[in-house]
Design a protein around this ligand. Sequence first.
Ligand code: ZN
Length: 239
Amino acid sequence: MANYKARGIILRRDNFGEADRLVTLYTNRFGKITLLAKGTRRPTAKLTGTVNLFNEIDLVAAESRSIDILVEAQIVVLRDKLSSDLTKAKAAYWVCELVDKLVQDNEAHIELYNLIHNILNAITQRNSDLVLSYFIFQCLNELGYRPELKHCAVCGKALTPPAKMYFSPVAGGIVSTCCIGTSGRPINPDTIKAMRFLDAPFGQAIKLKLPANIQKELHTHLKDFSEYIGQKKIRSEEL
Ligand SMILES: [Zn+2]
């Protein structure tokens, strides 16, 4: 059976058998894949130390009847500094968990690959809650779940500010009083503005200065939306 190459970011590791690990990566060529990394729970194995969370590696994998095997791995970006800083690690876990839960295996999407790469670099350098909010918004956007923020997500009417607004994951964005049912939660107009701003290029969006309550609300609504899309709870939230 054939070998193949890719560049990948390590999203997740699970113990497997006595000494092995399953390593889940988001790769440039194949999207999300899971490989068997033999012996990597032993400190002496060749690949131990390489297949750590958040690292970016150039890999060679061998096709197999069951799980493909990681044969070679070379570090392209070492991100061990992320793991040693609790706040940064939490944000990086969030990024990796979200990708793992939202994307299917073997669907290549190079824009998403670049987004994960850039965000993990940004978290390493200047982490903030806004960086994570930006990632969640952009990740949903890349996967085709861009929230509707300019019109009522149910009836399509333009949103007019004095009316009360709600954010509804089920409807896919902002819902106004015209259509509010049971699913939406109130959202501050300033939070809607902030969410719209996340559509800007990273360098611009990151300059936004948000009061703590707006940042918190922004995160909560984006989290709720991504959990609704993935139909799974984000566990990193509780770390
Ligand atoms: Zn409506």
